[in-house]
Design a protein around this ligand. Sequence first.
Ligand code: ZN
Length: 291
Amino acid sequence: MPIRCRSETRDAGDAPHLHALAGRGEDGVVTADGPAEAVTAPGPAPGWARQVAAVAVLTGAGISTDSGIPDFRGPQGLWTRNPSAEKLSTYQAYMADPELRCRSWQARLAHPAWTAEPNRAHRALARLACSAIDTQVITQNIDELHQRAGTPPERVTELHGTMFGVLCTGCGDRTAMAAALDRVRAGEQDPPCTLCGGILKSATVMFGQPLPPGVFERAAAAAARCDLLLAIGSTLTVEPAASLCSIATAAGASLVIVNRDPTPYDPAATAVIRDPIGEAVPRIAGQILPA
Ligand code: ZN
């Protein structure tokens, strides 16, 4: 899929809204040390947003809810509403239970990601990633919305893989999800690998599976060399993703958390922002990017 930088075309559309939001939501900002920085007020950017040469961004499910993809542990989250759904994401159960695999394929067919569009927060991060600022977007999401928003693929690290691919658990063959879903629609409830007959699964990391080799190392390197780690829409409860926060702060970076609910890393953060992600992230990108 060809990806091009869309920053120029998006800037014009987003800027007026950015100004309209200025001054709102001051009470959404909490700092761990000292007085709250008025990041939503007009005027100079907060200290952590100034002279940023390298930014690492960690995104979780919360950034995609505005695109119509439910999160897991929020009030309307998949696992909050249906705790047994978490089992669908457990590797051992998936491998052991054909009936569960059939339900997984039906869930994949119906997944909102197939029709979801990137939202303002994805586009704001794409602007950062297309700028001169060294940007690495590390995501726990499997929806490819960062790439579709215009973030160059080489600047995206998918910690948990992608739902647009399929892997054979037997021979490791990798194919497109669209082809597998066509087989499900045609009546194969649990389509096997066409090469070896093995069990197929989405190219995502389920609970009980290790991350793909090298992926976390790449993310950790980005966290270690950044001036600023933005953690957006993640509960920061799933390791090792959450430990990127510690890696960044240990290396001297600022940590800014944008999340509706408290996270275990809030006490270590330079700033915690509770504003809606669709407002906060475009604002932060505007503060980081040189005028
Ligand atoms: Zn196979």
